[in-house]
Each structure stands twice: as C-alpha cells, then as structure tokens.
Design a protein around this ligand. Structure first.
Ligand SMILES: NC(=O)c1ccc[n+]([C@@H]2O[C@H](COP(=O)([O-])OP(=O)(O)OC[C@H]3O[C@@H](n4cnc5c(N)ncnc54)[C@H](OP(=O)(O)O)[C@@H]3O)[C@@H](O)[C@H]2O)c1
Length: 245
C-alpha cells in the first residue's frame, strides 16, 4: 500500500482507532495531535513496521494552524487522504459561553477543516486522486441544547464538504477526488465521557440501537470510505449513529 493518510486528532478516541485500523491495512500515516506528547501512547501501539510521521499543531492558535497547512502543502505532496477529525466540544448555554470558548470551537472545528480542505484542493488534483473526510456530528442536524456553537461548526462542515465535492468536479472534472462527511452519533470517547451522567443517559435513551458506538466501528467505516470500492460515494454525509435522529 503506497497511500498516505493524514489523521488529525489521532491521539485519542475516533482518531486513534482510525490510525490503528489504517496502520493494520498498511497505509502510511501522518499523525496529528495538539502536542507531540499526546501521540506517544498511540505510537507505542502501532503495529511493527508501520510507516508514520508526526506533525503537531494546536489548531486553536491561528499561526500554528497556518504553519501546519503550509507544511502540509510543501512537505506532503504525496498525501492520498485527509481525515479531518480533531474537534472540541465546550458545552454551555450560549448566554454564559465565554468568547474564548466560541473562538476555540470555531478555529478547531471549522477553520482547521477549511484550511485543510484548501490544502487538499492543491495536493489532490496534482496527484489525480484523493479523499477528504470531514467529521460532522448528529447534533449538526438535530441541534442540541448547550452545544449551539459546536453544533453550528459541525453543520458547517457538511456544507463545506458538499460544496467542495461540486467545486472539484467543476474545476478538475475528477472522478477520483472525493469530499465526504462522516457524522457520528454517540461514540464512547473522552468527548462523551466528559458529559454528565444525566446527559449520557438521555442520549442513550434516544438511540434505537440502545448503546453507544465504539471508536473502532467508526474507524472501520472511515477505512471503507477511503477505499476505491467507495468511489461513487462523493459529497455525501454518511451517518453512523445507531439510528439516533
Ligand atoms: N465522540 C462522539 O460521540 C462524537 C460524536 C459526533 C462527532 N464527534 C466528532 O468526532 C471527532 C473526534 O471526536 P472524539 O470523541 O474522538 O474526540 P476526543 O476523544 O476528545 O479526541 C479529540 C482529538 O482532537 C484533538 N484536539 C483537540 N483539541 C485540539 C486542538 N486545539 N488542536 C489540535 N488538536 C486538537 C485531540 O488532541 P490532543 O490529545 O492533543 O488534545 C484529540 O486527538 C471530533 O471532531 C468530534 O467533534 C464525536
């Protein structure tokens, strides 16, 4: 396998499970997290022989994000895939939400995917192929009290991806460059474990499958969407949520 995939937010949760799954399928990995130290446990568990590089940046810092995407365009011209997974949810009633939290969610969950997608629009056409996978959320469609900004950033990712799938078709007429959103429901990671027991129980009661999803289940779906077999899935929002709607 000669394909290299960037996974942002690879240190924990869905990103970590995706990195391990893709490593087992033989992809070369470009691993991102906010700090190098966050990635050490993942690196220690990668299968022997995994080809990987590390590129860190705190996406809540504008300069760090620009430097990251700059390096991507210069030093990673061979990228096949980008899993734009890093995200933060800072839950609060909007009326009490500090401006800094709002700014951070917009930078990490929306500005970072926009600039990563911009880098993809340079890299993929030169290579004649590529898959950009944005990560949305069920709350982008459903809305959720105390997650208004988070939900807004996730809904915006879906619009970004749909638009870019159309744009790449018009600019490059390409059948081998795809932009997709994967929108998880309630997945057992640090992000949901930080929610109160009451909110977790409320979510679980609304899921027809009556359980949280696992990061490994999301990773398997991501791996499928990256494959050539998924070539006709483009511009879409794929949902993995146990029926939560
Ligand atoms: N879990 C769910 O139920 C669920 C549902 C819907 C959507 N999602 C989405 O799925 C994605 C992954 O979620 P998760 O539950 O796996 O999250 P998680 O376990 O909390 O992991 C978040 C990842 O994002 C990185 N990250 C956080 N802040 C960052 C920053 N300022 N700069 C750069 N990287 C940063 C973290 O890196 P560090 O370790 O270095 O902090 C970590 O690797 C997110 O986009 C989330 O919105 C999750």
């Amino acid at each position: 396998m000669n394909r290299k995939v960037l996974i942002t937010g690879a240190s924990r949760g869905i990103g970590r499970a995706t990195a391990l799954h893709l490593a087992n399928e033989g992809y070369a990995l470009l691993l991102h997290a906010s700090r190098e130290a966050s990635l050490q446990p993942l690196i220690a568990s990668l299968p022997a022989g995994t080809r990987y590089e590390v590129l860190t940046a705190d996406f809540s810092e504008e300069d760090a994000l620009k430097q990251f995407t700059g390096t991507l365009k210069k030093a990673n011209k061979d990228l096949y895939g980008i899993v734009s997974n890093a995200g933060i949810a800072l839950d609060k009633a909007l009326v009490f939400q500090p401006q800094a939290d709002i700014d951070n969610m917009i930078r990490v969950n929306l500005m970072a995917p926009i600039l990563l997608a911009k880098a993809a629009m340079k890299i993929f056409p030169r290579n004649g192929e590529g898959v950009f996978l944005g990560i949305g959320s069920c709350v982008g469609e459903m809305g959720n009290a105390f997650q208004s900004v988070y939900a807004a950033t996730k809904a915006a990712n879906v619009a970004l991806i749909k638009s870019l799938a159309q744009e790449v078709g018009q600019l490059h007429g390409s059948q081998t460059i795809r932009f997709l959103t994967l929108s998880p429901g309630f997945i057992q990671t640090d992000m949901v474990e930080s929610l109160s027991e009451e909110i977790q129980a409320d979510f679980l009661s609304k899921i027809p499958s009556r359980r949280a999803g696992t990061p490994a289940e999301v990773a398997q779906t991501i791996a499928f969407l990256l494959r050539d077999e998924a070539a006709y899935i483009n511009g879409s929002e794929i949902k993995i949520n146990g029926g939560l709607a």
